[in-house]
Design a protein around this ligand. Structure first.
Ligand code: MLT
Ligand code: MN
Ligand code: ZN
Length: 292
């Protein structure tokens, strides 16, 4: 029976987490020193449930063990058990996949990913660790534009503007199913990596959207990289074509996630954070509960 859906943001950071191990940017320095108002963040993942018994992990973050430990609803309920019934991957990026290998101890779950993402995963011998016996991790191919039931949650994947994971760029042609956004239970639209904000996110009361960068040239300004947001297939929050402007007309809770450690919205009171909030946007944090 379908109940009330809810999501928990397990990890609200981007691939570098917050602080990033090798980063001395102002934000990372502040959170490392424990300055007031700065919250540490693990890498991007959300847990979703409709019945409170079975959970879907959307992406398997390198922080998954800590995330489970601090989320009581994800604790075992008997001697060998996990409420995690399925993992669904939105792309093959390391920050979404590495946590799978921390979930290798003999608990059966479904692993949903598009054909492209599966093909990347199966090029790694590590995947054998998740298939040690019949019924260990069950391969499920996530179709585009077709509803499937994942742990009782009607789920639909749509191609999202993006790219192949770093380890496959130059080794495989880019395919539309390299990166998807998910409609979960018709309630939550999750698009943690999106290269454009010209996407249809309508029809959902909650939109979790790519908040990696505030500015297109954020890393360049900080002297950390020559790469701009577009090179990494993440549309920034600000600017004429940014997500804040493009999603302004969408009547939904708009919650930014997958937030890079350099993003000024992570500081407690800067103008950028106020700009997001006054436009009706929210900044997610680890442990954020979202009734939907
Ligand atoms: C991204 O979101 O662009 C990727 O997670 C980057 C990475 O693979 O480190
Ligand atoms: Mn990422
Ligand atoms: Zn940093």
């Amino acid at each position: 029976m379908r109940g009330a859906m809810r999501a928990t943001v397990l990890g609200s950071g981007a691939g570098g987490a917050f602080p990033q191990w090798n980063c001395g940017c102002p934000n990372c320095t502040a959170v490392r020193e424990g300055r007031e108002g700065y919250l540490a963040r693990t890498q991007d993942s959300v847990a979703v449930t409709e019945d409170g018994d079975r959970f879907v992990l959307v992406n398997a973050s390198p922080g998954v063990l800590v995330q489970i430990q601090r989320t009581r609803a994800l604790w075992p309920r008997s001697a060998r058990h996990s409420p995690i019934a399925a993992v669904v991957l939105t792309n093959g990026d390391m920050d979404h996949v590495l946590g799978l290998f921390s979930l290798r101890e003999s608990w059966p779950f479904e692993l949903w990913a598009t054909e492209s993402v599966w093909s990347g995963l199966e090029q790694s011998l590590f995947i054998r660790t998740l298939r040690r016996f019949d019924g260990h991790v069950t391969k499920k191919v996530l179709p585009l534009d077709e509803e499937v039931s994942i742990a009782g949650i009607p789920t639909r994947a749509r191609a999202a503007p993006g790219k192949a994971p770093v380890h496959l760029v130059g080794h495989a042609d880019h395919r539309p199913d390299d990166n998807v956004m998910l409609s979960l239970g018709g309630k939550i639209l999750y698009a943690a990596a999106c290269a454009s904000a010209d996407v249809d996110v309508s029809g959902h009361p909650v939109v979790l959207f790519d908040g990696t960068f505030y500015r297109e040239d954020e890393l360049v300004r900080l002297g950390l990289s020559k790469a701009v947001a577009k090179d990494m297939a993440h549309v920034p929050i600000s600017g004429e074509t940014g997500s804040l402007a493009k999603l302004a007309g969408v009547s939904a809770r708009k919650i930014y996630t997958h937030i890079n450690n350099t993003n000024p919205v992570l500081a407690p009171t800067p103008e950028e954070r106020r700009a997001v909030e006054s436009a009706g946007g929210e900044i997610s944090y680890d442990g954020m509960e979202i009734p939907a």
